[in-house]
Ligand binder design. Structure first.
Ligand SMILES: C[S@@+](CC[C@H](N)C(=O)[O-])C[C@H]1O[C@@H](n2cnc3c(N)ncnc32)[C@H](O)[C@@H]1O
Length: 328
């Protein structure tokens, strides 16, 4: 069996059980929550790609342009023959810019929870970069068990670059983000580097528009979580009329929050469980934290990392930080 096939067989047997447990746990807390890592089934991944093309969603195009601008500098700092690991690699679009810029990269290890995204991006990367070894891995980058399964930890001598773009770090609370950064440092190893993309604090109306576009694609993306729960967990959410998409800016926490707000008092069945919703009650589905440079430096220091170099686009919207482990 190929690496990916072995990995899929193992993951499939536990994924539905974990999904159900996570959904029921989230909906039994106050306020109710659902983990954002489940957004990306096949339709969710397609909707996210459409979001990235939206005029309001400045994040992707800004980061892509910044990556192109700094590619040669990153290549020089990283050196030749590196192994790249991308936790949450999605469609693998951004890494292609990096692969074009780097000097003879050896291997690419995407670690992705969504099998659909992993299969599609692996196929594309193998075609576009025939010299590169692509070693796909399905797993959750917040789960130590999945991180330990990565083959790279056995190869201590290789130089690694952990790539974590898309401001995915912003989906975590501060404490969780420090834990994720810690995991990235461990994946990079003592001699490795970490390249992280972060969305910077800006005008609140621009932020709100980016998460509530006029075509309603972000609303569909948010509601698709309920579609997925219906399909995979035998539930009966009225995803069309029962819940409304809402984006709010939480100033104190410096983050955009996405919610699904119940349009009425209602009861939803999930498998053999029943969950009650009051009219106006929200399910908190995603956080996207927005940072100042100072906030990033504080977080990475807590994760025992230090900044080698950082770059910001001309508009001051988005930043990329190249980090290395702090020596003990
Ligand atoms: C916003 S996309 C970013 C994709 C890509 N890194 C980029 O910046 O273009 C987030 C991706 O991370 C994946 N993901 C989210 N949480 C994850 C987790 N805990 N473990 C592994 N993958 C995860 C999703 O399935 C999705 O493909």
């Amino acid at each position: 069996m190929s690496n990916l096939a072995e990995n899929i067989a193992e993951t499939d047997s536990r994924s539905r059980e974990e999904f159900l447990a996570d959904v029921l746990a989230g909906l039994s807390t106050r306020p109710k929550t659902l983990p954002c890592k489940y957004f990306y089934d096949e339709r969710g991944s397609i909707l996210f790609e459409q979001i990235c093309e939206l005029e309001e969603y400045y994040i992707t195009r800004t980061e892509l342009a910044l990556l192109s601008d700094i590619g040669a500098e990153v290549a020089e700092l990283v050196g030749e023959g590196v192994t790249i690991i991308e936790p949450g690699s999605g469609a693998g679009v951004k890494v292609q810019i990096l692969l074009d810029a780097l000097l003879h990269p050896r291997k690419f290890i995407p670690l992705e929870i969504s099998l659909d995204a992993l299969e599609a991006s692996t196929k594309e990367l193998k075609q576009k970069f025939p010299q590169l070894r692509v070693i796909p891995h399905q797993g959750d980058f917040t789960d130590q068990k999945d991180l330990k399964k990565l083959p790279l930890l056995k190869e201590k001598s290789e130089r690694r670059l952990v790539f974590f773009p898309g401001s995915t770090i912003g989906n975590f609370t501060r404490k969780e983000a420090v834990e994720v950064l810690n995991n990235l440092r461990i994946l990079a190893g003592e001699n490795g580097l970490v390249l992280v993309g972060v969305d910077l604090l800006k005008d609140r109306n621009r932020l709100l528009d980016a998460y509530d576009d006029h075509l309603g694609i972000t609303a569909d993306f948010n509601k698709n979580l309920l579609v997925r729960i219906n399909r995979e967990l035998d539930a009966n959410f009225d995803f069309e009329r029962g819940f409304d998409h809402r984006a709010v800016f939480n100033e104190q926490a410096s983050r955009i929050e996405m919610h699904l707000v119940s349009a009425s008092d209602q009861s939803v069945e999930i498998g053999d469980q029943k969950v009650e919703f009051d009219e106006g009650e929200s399910i908190h589905t995603e956080n996207s934290h927005k940072y100042s440079e100072q906030m990033v430096v504080q977080m990475v220091t807590e994760a025992n990392l230090q900044v080698v170099r950082d770059w910001t686009d001309e508009g001051g919207d988005f930043a990329l930080f190249l980090l290395e482990p702090l020596l003990a």
